[in-house]
Design a binder for this molecule. Structure first.
Ligand code: GDP
Ligand code: MG
Length: 299
């Protein structure tokens, strides 16, 4: 145990447009340590995704739902507000981009970051797949002009390349504070929420990224009986066609989503899990603020 005076602790946001590798990076930074050994409810202004305590430093990674252009739907307005508040008062922002690409969506993220005073680290991800490494240096120079404050680090989240360097840079931004969470705690999300997220993740993984913004997962039952957690989850979709896709031929798709989610839940909760999944069409849910709140999307 390090003494409290030596401890560093702070919040880190990982931002970037979809598909640049934020989740992969987070998982590898956290080391996929999927076991909740102690939970102490703690409310913070942030949506904590994962906590990494190593030696004298505790990094608290917070959620920044994607930044969307389409402001029409309530869900997107919520997502934008959440992204804004997440970057406002963190100790470090890691902005992830995909190799030498700089799209309009990246530009939008950069604009949003202009309002944040937190130190900025720009991670050029997927460096394992650079076609022409000669182009990297000139690209870094251009990015440095666009974001003069940024500390630029090429990484490969997938192959865990340079993640130690990235982590060191993050640590230099983290203030001296005693730990906010117990050392063995890896998240502050309630188990129900984690269960819902796991189901969502399996759907994304199996069916691609188009569906997830149009589905929601609601935990209807969460009960521990004996040594077994009985969990039932409702997958809400917007249209009949989406329901068919999720259920799949002869129910095979839903079965496989359920199996994978259950295995992860068992690891995460360290207990046996009985999981029941249902799919229901509730059209217009994503455009109804009240429905959103009832599903746990709150400001
Ligand atoms: P997110 O939408 O930003 O959270 O992105 P994900 O973490 O879901 O990653 C999107 C895709 O990029 C996935 O197929 C990842 O496997 C892939 N990916 C992420 N990091 C890397 C990397 O460092 N190298 C390569 N080659 N692929 C990566
Ligand atoms: Mg992601």
């Amino acid at each position: 145990m390090v003494s409290e005076e030596e401890q560093q602790c702070g919040y880190v946001a990982i931002v970037g447009r979809p598909n640049v590798g934020k989740s992969t990076l987070l998982n590898h930074l956290l080391g996929l340590k999927l076991s909740i050994t102690s939970r102490k409810p703690q409310t913070t202004r942030h949506n904590v995704l994962g906590i990494k305590t190593e030696g004298a430093c505790q990094l608290i990674f917070v959620d920044t739902p994607g930044i969307h252009n389409d402001q029409d739907k309530a869900i997107n307005r919520y997502m934008n507000r959440a992204a804004q508040s997440a970057i406002r008062d963190v100790d470090a922002v890691v902005f992830v981009v995909d190799r030498l690409l700089w799209t309009e969506a990246d530009e939008l993220v950069a604009e949003r970051l202009a309002g944040s005073e937190a130190p900025l680290i720009l991670a050029i991800n997927k460096s394992d797949r650079l076609d022409d490494t000669d182009l990297l240096l000139p690209h870094i120079e251009r990015l440095q002009k666009r974001l003069p404050k940024a500390d630029i680090v090429p990484i490969s989240a997938l192959q865990k390349k340079n993640l130690d360097v990235l982590e060191e840079r993050i640590k230099t931004c983290i203030p001296h504070n005693s730990f906010f969470f117990p050392e063995d705690q890896i998240t502050d999300r309630p188990e129900r929420f984690l269960a819902a997220e796991l189901v969502r993740e399996k759907i994304t993984r199996q069916l691609g990224a188009e569906l997830p913004y149009q589905i929601a997962v609601e935990i209807e039952g969460f009960e521990t009986r004996g040594k077994i957690r009985h969990i039932s989850a409702l997958i809400l979709v917007e249209r009949e066609g989406q329901k068919k896709i999720i259920i799949g031929e002869g129910g095979q798709r839903l079965k496989s989503i359920g199996q994978q989610a259950r295995l992860d839940m068992e690891r995460l909760f360290d207990s046996k899990v009985m999981l029941k999944l249902w799919v229901k069409v509730r059209s217009g849910w994503s455009d109804d603020e009240r429905a959103l709140r009832s599903l746990g999307y709150q400001d």
